[in-house]
Design a protein around this ligand. Sequence first.
Ligand code: MCA
Ligand code: AMP
Length: 505
Amino acid sequence: MNNPLYDTFFGKHRGKTTPFLRLADGTVITHDGFLQTAAQYANLLTDLGVKAGDRIAVQIAKSPQSLAVYCACVQAGIIFLPLNTAYTAEEVSYFVENSGARVLLCDESRAGDLNSVAKAANAILETLNGDGSGSFTTKAVEHPVRFDTVARGEDDLAAFLYTSGTTGRSKGAMLTQANLMSNAKTLAEEWRFTEQDVLLHALPIFHTHGLFVATNITLFAGGQMIFLPKFDLDQILAHMPDATTMMGVPTFYTRLLDDARFTKDLAQHMRLFVSGSAPLLAETHVAFETRTGHRILERYGMTETNMNTSNPYDGERRAGTVGFALPGVEVKITDADTGEILPQGEIGQIEVRGPNVFKGYWQMPEKTAEELREDGFFITGDLGQFDADGYLQIVGRNKDLIISGGYNIYPKEIELLLDEEEGVLESAVIGVPHPDFGETVVGILVPRAGVELDLDRIKASVGTSLARFKQPQKLIVLPELPRNTMGKVQKKALREDYAELFAAK
Ligand code: MCA
Ligand code: AMP
């Protein structure tokens, strides 16, 4: 047996009766108990004809069982493709078809909807519910609790995580075993994770943050997680006394600060709070320190790269910055036109290179070539600068992207749908500041001559295709879109015009 990712994260815990997952109801799942469930899943997947290198698409609620599916895939060499539970059948259908997934695993309540999706893509549909029940479990329990780990190499693919692009179509970022291992090892060391750690885990596990950063680090270090199905303030406050660390998107921290029950006493014993996935406002950083005495450690990453930079564990965690390049990772600021490195202090595009950087986009060599240079540097699409002490500041984006509550939303995908609506001449989708989500989605519509648009109908219509979190919170009608002399829509001007739309809660 030689499967570096399985051995490094999972296999080394075999036989251990130490706690791995603590659930809200007090249930404790041991390392070995977890590995046994995963082995049953690996046996079942193999029985279903899924082989090493095949993909399985997974759209299920967060639970110990859903995490065990990830482990089963690693053990059997299957490529794990987790999907946001908010995606509509239309959205899921694209991922299943594009990836060529052999199995689609979903919640029973979605099976009716997704049956035709699976059929059309020639995939097997199985169900796994948030409470652990479902056809997948019923079949899995018949299988042995040990599985002969499939041999893999560090360069083999472990997961596809889809990330949208400017064309509106998502691209499958191919992540190798080495990508995941190197990053987890580095972060565990940088952030001083040990087997004494208990991570308060309230993030979804279909994205890099909750799946790879939080879970892989814990597995690598041998610690435990308080594994909550989602972010729920009451639950977070109730379980914080038993935790040593927490990871979250900025919305987690603003929501905690908005609650008077979140006190210095409650947070005092915590070792570390980490924030990422979206910009943490400097004022939140300061308010958090004032309330708790803790300085949140902000880091910067991407689906394609895992984590790139981090504020220091020891030393100053500087508000409004994402710290320094992680060991083994190179970060440079370049001129977007020439690709030349810019002098310190100048704003340019952020490029990164290292063992964390993905292998490319699944079956999209042109897209890969546009963003991943031959010398290994990945063009992130973020704009940044180094301050005088070398801290990286992210000052904007060179890509048309909205980040709402840590979820990425690509305006183009929504514009394409709005443009198809009857009576709409053209549209522009922008992100405006939002007190809870950081940014939220606003759609600007230009009607065809003489048409009065029915905004409620349009909202409902795009709602059938788009996950709820991507749907515009507001639609606004304008006679025309502001354009520059080249004819390009001036989104910056629109964002400024509507900056105050959601200013007060
Ligand atoms: C839920 N809703 C949202 C969002 N989440 N709307 C906009 N943006 C969101 N992020 C909507 C729902 O559709 C629903 O709408 C209403 O809000 C309440 O839903 P609920 O599920 O109760 O929401 P919530 O529990 O309050 O969720 C907000 C949240 C959650 C806790 C911020 O979105 C979350 O956990 N975000 C984390 C995302 C994340 O992990 N990102 C990492 C990816 P309605 O009421 O109208 O039906 S990025 C990454 O991995 C990179 C590599 C990195 O650097 O980390
Ligand atoms: P995703 O492609 O979903 O992984 O999102 C990655 C994007 O999230 C990055 O390109 C950044 O734009 C943004 N991001 C992640 N962490 C931070 C952070 N700490 N501050 C600002 N933006 C961030």
